[in-house]
Design a protein around this ligand. Structure first.
Ligand SMILES: Nc1ncnc2c1ncn2[C@@H]1O[C@H](COP(=O)(O)OP(=O)(O)OP(=O)(O)O)[C@@H](O)[C@H]1O
Length: 249
């Protein structure tokens, strides 16, 4: 199975600030992991290096053994690493189904295939499959700009999934949601991971959510990896309790 992401001795320095300090970790193919840590720990910087939006100061990022450092964000998407970006709103008056089909179509480099139909049947089929997995099937005819906050976030994830990633990165998928809505979102994410079995890693602040679905939890603090392990191991880790959970619990 593909989708192994290995980060080796990664570092990012902004001026005099060490945002990521010699971090090494491995995501197994098809695994579901979470990255947690206090504000400013370096979580988003880590994601930005994996997607090619930031160039590491040092270190290596391997997808199924192949180096990603130095590749453009677009090439990294082509290699199969996709992030759920806040892009749903860019589709404005498109319907949900049109936006989804456009995402698949563009990824398959068919956008400029003027002789073909849009959307082509394959793209539409993939789009509909992902809409049904993410619970958006009933909203296919809705304009993107009329969706609720929660549905927009779902569409962001669906747009990322539409292009069949090997690794899916989600940066705080429940941000701005109430407790029930967060729970529903996380159940959806778990459901789609179970069906698609891509390697999934998410940044999340809500500890209940993290401990309820992640197989492996990575804890960052001040740019360094403080702990990693199963939710039970991380919850019981003395340094994690002292540095992070102690203040949140
Ligand atoms: N482009 C940048 N230039 C300079 N400093 C940056 C830049 N991006 C991030 N930083 C700094 O790097 C550190 C890590 O930031 P990062 O956003 O990765 O943390 P985070 O764990 O995602 O935090 P949060 O939970 O608040 O989103 C912070 O001190 C931040 O101010």
């Amino acid at each position: 199975m593909s989708g192994e992401l290995e980060i080796i001795n990664l570092a990012k320095v902004f001026g005099g600030l060490v945002a990521i300090n010699d971090v090494s970790l491995k995501l197994e193919p098809g695994s579901l992991s979470a990255v947690i840590g206090p504000n400013g720990a370096g979580k988003t910087t880590l994601f930005n290096m994996v997607t090619g939006h930031l160039r590491p100061t040092r270190g290596s990022i391997l997808l199924d053994g192949e180096e990603l450092v130095g590749l453009s964000p677009r090439t990294i998407v082509k290699r199969g690493i996709v992030r759920g970006f806040q892009v749903a709103s860019l589709f404005g008056t498109f319907t949900v189904e049109e936006a989804m089909a456009a995402a698949v179509h563009a990824h398959r480099d068919r956008l400029f295939d003027f002789m073909g139909t849009f959307p082509d049947p394959d793209s539409l089929e993939r789009a509909r499959h992902v809409m049904s997995l993410t619970g958006l099937a009933a909203k296919g005819a809705r304009r993107c700009d009329s969706l609720s906050h929660g549905d927009r976030k779902l569409l962001d994830i669906a747009l990322a999934l539409a292009i069949d990633p090997r690794v899916l990165l989600l940066d705080e998928p429940t941000a701005g949601m109430g407790r029930d809505e967060s729970r529903a979102m996380i159940d959806r994410i778990h459901h789609l991971w179970e069906h698609e079995r891509m390697t999934l890693v998410f940044i999340e602040h809500d500890m209940d959510i993290v401990f309820s679905i992640a197989q492996t939890v990575f804890v960052l603090r001040s740019g360094a990896l403080l702990a990693k392990g199963s939710p039970a191991e991380v919850r019981a880790h003395p340094r994690v309790i002292e540095a992070y959970l102690g203040s949140a619990a």
